[in-house]
Design a protein around this ligand. Structure first.
Ligand code: SF4
Length: 282
């Protein structure tokens, strides 16, 4: 089924300043590897991402150099995603499998509000009851609480990288504010859906004590931290040049990161660090 109609391989529309491209994908569930190796599959309803975080490693997986350069200005909708997932789930056992949604896009980015593609895919997964982790920076995730509540094993991760709106606007100018994200994940948690706050990457912090208290006020008790990778080329998919330049404007050294982490850990014991923190929930 072609959810969005039409037969052209590529149809372009504009939402705001971002380009929305509709195209057919060859697969929807990808065997997880590397950082996501603790999962069976990753599920990306879109490729590209109009949140366009300056540090986003996913930009390095863009198909064309121009796509990488214009990261944040386009999103590709996998218009045959439902067909692909239907076919996959009929052939493969999904019960007991672990799925991370999503690794190279945000499943609740702005266009999802209108298209409801992520929502449709979640509905399709429901009968198979895989263990599911949702990763987002969007308050629109609250729309699907009714579906999350029907999964036996699920966790919703909200990324909040700083307590400072100045830092947030510098590194994530197209993302929702810190407060909006905190309120959203609090709502998910209060609806009885296991939730986690991921500080990935942890960006410069104004006041670690107050930040820790704000995080705990959500009621959530699961947190993950990952350092900002300031060394380009150390990792296969590193931090984008833009963020490497921006970080120089802040006093954000390894020592400062460790100092902030020590303060956070005083208030929040058992913070998961890096890949270990991202393991699927039991
Ligand atoms: S929301 Fe995630 S996928 Fe989108 S630009 Fe930011 S880091 Fe990348």
């Amino acid at each position: 089924m072609d959810l969005f109609g039409g037969s052209d391989d590529q149809k372009l529309t504009d939402i705001g300043k971002a380009e929305v491209i509709y195209s057919k994908a060859s697969s929807i569930l990808t065997e997880a590897k590397g950082f996501m190796g603790g999962y069976d599959y990753t599920l990306n309803p879109y490729s590209g991402c109009t949140f366009g975080c300056t540090y986003c490693y996913a930009a390095f997986f863009a198909r064309f150099e121009s796509d990488m350069k214009n990261w944040g200005k386009w999103v590709r909708v996998k218009e045959n995603a439902i067909d692909l997932l239907n076919k996959f789930s009929k052939k493969n056992v999904l019960k007991g499998k672990t799925i991370y949604m999503s690794s190279v896009t945000d499943p609740y980015q702005p266009v999802e509000k209108k298209l409801e593609l992520t929502r449709s895919l979640l509905k399709l997964l429901l009968p198979y009851q895989p263990t599911l982790v949702i990763q987002t920076r969007s308050p629109n995730v609250v729309r699907d609480i009714d579906i999350f509540q029907q999964f036996e094993h699920i966790q919703v991760n909200m990324t909040i990288t700083t307590d400072s709106e100045i830092v947030r606007k510098t590194f994530e100018p197209f993302c929702p504010s810190n407060k909006v994200r905190l309120d959203a994940i609090k709502n998910v948690h209060e609806a009885g859906v296991p939730s986690c706050i991921t500080m990935t990457p942890l960006l410069p912090i104004d006041n670690a004590e107050i930040f820790a208290k704000q995080l705990l006020q959500t009621g959530i008790r699961k947190f993950v931290v990952q350092p900002f990778h300031a060394e380009k080329g150390k990792f296969i998919a590193g931090t984008r040049e833009q963020a490497l330049n921006l970080i120089k404007e802040f006093d954000w050294t390894d020592e400062r990161y460790k100092e902030i982490l020590r303060i956070l850990e005083k208030y929040i014991p058992n913070i998961g660090i890096g890949k270990d923190g991202f393991q699927p929930p039991l």
